[in-house]
Write a protein that binds this ligand. Structure first.
Ligand SMILES: [Zn+2]
Length: 404
């Protein structure tokens, strides 16, 4: 039995220390080539100067921390829209404090991402109503449920120390702060100012838009994602590689249409600066919506033509006329997000329906080809400007590294 099991286990092939060092270095270089620019751009986007209070109008103030926190003043009290991350929330509270006169009557959460809901407790007073779209509950529960999965990924994505997985959160592990939930629409009036809330799923399924007709102002959360980065704006993260449920493109498109139909003069984002003037808002949001629609439709067309996901990731690109960068959301990852969101994991290849991945035979390939030859080939691939192929080759060699 033991012998049988041993013979079934992947064979370890001896690899020289020099080879291991070389292929680790190669792997690093290839990864650097691939992601260097993207990571640098993201880091630059995340770096913020010392935040200062921004007066949008006599009634609307912005504390621009990691996530924007808005104060809307009314004669009968205050409304807070989003609360920043737990780390930045006290900064936002301090910035807005001089403008807070009277009670905080409402806290509205545009969506359940950590950089928008971390400061709820700083604003909550006896009688404060906290509002979220109904999908908030499942969204924050899902994040808590998979904390052990997300924690190391978030540590890399956001430069946080990884949390060790805590006890099993159960199906309903998250803290639920909102006291009012709605499905499609919710309205209230405070101090004579009407607030209308609409369900606008996009970056998350629980996204909502706050519309104040009197000011023609729409607070849209992160549905114009990456608004904090410089022009040209970026294509959105229809799939974030830290791990997300599908961000349904058609929902996102419909939600942008909902915002455009309000004919806002002011769009206030979850990050970055406001967009001012209906002409500019219409231009930017329409371009953004059309870009999502284009990538969605091209992906669906390719799927119906029987093309596989990798072919479509290579074939589909955003026409230059959209003038959108990929500094925040990558088109190829979005194509795959749409494809997998619609079709799931099976690619109709019989070899992928079983428990053993391709890497199970990598040690055999190393045995046949020799680790040094594979590393040599990887070096040639890097020199030829083919870093992805180099990464695949070093994956094969690493599978034979007992210390990996
Ligand atoms: Zn977000």
């Amino acid at each position: 039995m033991t012998t049988q099991l041993r013979s079934l286990a992947p064979q370890r092939v001896p690899v020289s220390p020099l080879t291991l060092t070389t292929h680790r270095l190669l792997r690093f270089l290839a990864a650097l080539l691939l992601f260097g620019l993207w990571a640098t751009a993201n880091a630059a986007a995340q770096q913020q100067e010392e935040p200062k209070l921004v007066k949008i109008s006599d009634s609307i103030y912005l504390a621009p921390t990691t996530g924007n926190v808005y104060l809307v003043k009314t004669p009968a009290g205050n409304v807070i829209i989003d609360t920043a991350s737990a780390a930045q929330a006290p900064v936002a509270r301090q910035l807005l404090s001089p403008e807070i006169h009277g009670p905080v009557k409402y806290v509205i959460l545009t969506h359940g991402h950590a950089d928008h809901i971390g400061g709820i407790s700083l604003w909550k007073e006896p009688g404060t109503v906290i509002i979220a779209q109904r999908n908030y509950v499942e969204f924050v529960n899902y994040v808590a449920r998979l904390e052990g999965f997300f924690s190391p990924r978030n540590a890399v994505a956001f430069g946080r120390p990884p949390k060790p997985p805590g006890p099993w959160a159960g199906n309903f592990g998250a803290q639920i702060d909102p006291t009012v939930f709605f499905d499609e629409k919710y309205e209230f009036t405070l101090g004579g100012i009407q607030f209308q809330l609409f369900s606008t799923p996009g970056e998350t399924p629980d996204h909502l838009t706050v519309w104040i007709p009197a000011y023609k102002a729409a607070f849209i959360g992160d549905n114009y994602a990456g608004a904090g980065i410089p022009e040209p704006m970026s294509f959105p993260n229809l799939y974030a590689i830290r791990g997300t449920k599908p961000r349904w493109a058609l929902d996102w498109i419909k939600s942008i249409d909902t915002v455009l139909a309000l004919k806002p003069e002011l769009v206030l984002n979850g990050h970055g600066d406001p967009i001012i003037g209906n002409a500019e808002i219409t231009k930017r949001l329409t371009r953004y919506r059309d870009a999502i629609q284009y990538i969605h439709d091209e992906t669906v067309k390719g799927m119906n033509a029987g093309k596989d996901v990798y072919t479509l990731m290579q074939e589909i690109s955003l026409p230059a006329s959209y003038n959108l960068s990929e500094i925040f959301g990558k088109v190829s990852w979005s194509v795959r997000g749409i494809y997998d969101g619609y079709a799931g994991w099976f690619d109709a290849n019989p070899s992928t329906m079983f428990e053993l991945p391709p890497s199970s035979i990598y040690p055999d390939l190393v045995k046949l080809a020799g680790a040094d030859s594979l590393v040599h080939l990887a070096v040639e691939k890097v020199d030829a400007g083919q870093p992805v192929e180099a990464l695949h080759l070093t994956d094969v060699v690493l599978a034979s590294d007992p210390k990996k």
